[in-house]
Design a protein around this ligand. Structure first.
Ligand SMILES: [Zn+2]
Length: 383
């Protein structure tokens, strides 16, 4: 500590803490962001199973020592605050009256599948509560914070707020905008071709396959991470795609079905299996498989999904459908894969007309990744 720096190891990651930035007294506000970062780290452990609940982490600290920590493991089970407080050892319980609880999302104030966490924090007699961001869920929205303050607990709100919001961007978007979080996805050749026009394609029995084995797997991972998949009418009629998850285990696998897809199966009892709910955009769809939905407009689709509690939607094409979402400015992120070849190089047949990739608007490129020669760009919508 005498050189002004201290290295603290928290489960494999080393944080350099500058003591110069700390307040002169004992462990005070200067550590808030450090403990909140630990909350975020813990919260991410719930990525697979917390859905459709948000990922939340909590840390209980007394006099510079973490005496308890936890995260929301699984939907329907204890919240982060419950798990963190339950992890406090018996011999440390007397410290709770002087302790601070850090939570990445506002403690709940309502009776859901579990009792309100705000009540638990009050009953345990904690001194202070530091909250990452306010819960946009209609039944909470600041009520948890108010409840704690009314009980005389000191509450600080907004520590690492952007990171906390970003961690649960899907959940936040769903509750704030009252629509699912929308991801767009397409693959194109080097010269921007995403497909071939229907008539020619049918006549020549030609198919344009862009993805490689690895990016195919990523495509299935993305499907597993979304509760609904949307294709346009033309894609359905031309490709008859199997919009299920084949090359990835995830939220749609058997072990996670009860929480995520249970709702879908309950509401749409014709849907068989464990796949995300496929949605088709268009009208007069021929031979729509049993259990599929068909909507005429994007607005109609989004409100139907919202009403059914579907938080995430993956739009897989085709071009017109993708462009319609872009033009209406209703999307949140986009994944664009570029293959290793140009269409002309691959298909020497003449007279087969290409369909070119959609054009993003109001977009910011956030990441580029390479997989066996294929590039995947990740874009974010600028709202
Ligand atoms: Zn709670």
């Amino acid at each position: 500590m005498n050189n002004g720096k201290k290295a603290t190891s928290i489960e494999g990651s080393t944080l350099q803490l500058s003591t110069k930035s700390l307040p002169s007294g004992r462990f005070g506000g200067g550590f808030d962001s450090t403990y909140m970062r630990r909350c975020l780290q813990l919260a991410r452990n719930g990525q697979q199973n917390a859905q459709p609940n948000p990922m939340v982490g909590a840390v209980v600290v007394c006099e510079g020592r973490i005496i308890g920590e936890g995260y929301h493991v699984r939907c329907g089970e204890g919240h982060a605050e419950v798990n963190a407080l339950a992890s406090v050892k018996k011999e440390d319980e007397h410290l709770l009256k002087d302790a601070t609880i850090y939570v990445s999302l506002e403690p709940c104030s309502h009776y859901g599948k579990t009792p309100p966490c705000a009540d638990l924090i009050i009953s345990k007699g904690l001194k202070r509560c530091v909250v990452g961001c306010v819960d946009p869920f209609a039944k909470v929205q600041g009520r948890g914070i108010q409840k704690l303050r009314d009980a005389g607990i000191e509450v600080t709100v907004g520590v690492l707020e952007e990171e906390c919001k970003n961690l649960n961007k899907r959940f936040m978007t769903f509750h704030r905008l009252k629509r699912p979080f929308i991801s767009l996805k397409w693959a194109k050749t080097k010269n921007g071709v995403i497909g071939l026009k229907s008539e020619e394609r049918r006549a020549k029995h030609h198919n344009l396959i862009i993805s490689n084995t690895y990016t195919q797997m990523l495509c299935h991972k993305r499907r597993a991470e979304h509760q609904a998949i949307l294709v346009g009418r033309r894609t359905l009629e031309m490709d008859a795609p199997s919009l299920n998850v084949r090359a990835w285990k995830g939220w749609s696998s058997e072990s996670h079905q009860a929480c995520l897809n249970g709702r879908v199966v309950t509401d749409f009892d014709k849907v068989k299996g464990k796949n995300p709910q496929p949605v088709v955009l268009g009208k007069n769809v021929k031979d729509l498989p049993e259990g599929w939905w068909c909507f005429e407009t994007i607005e109609e689709t989004l409100s139907a999904l919202y009403e059914r509690g579907i938080q995430t939607l993956l739009v897989e094409g085709g071009r017109e459908t993708l462009q319609a979402f872009i033009d209406k400015d209703v999307w949140d992120e986009a994944f664009v894969e570029t293959g290793e070849f140009s269409w002309a190089e691959m298909n020497r047949e003449e007279g087969v007309e290409a369909v070119f990739a959609p054009t993003l608007k109001n977009a910011e490129r956030v990441e580029d990744a390479w997989f066996m020669g294929h590039q995947i760009e990740q874009w974010r919508h600028l709202s």
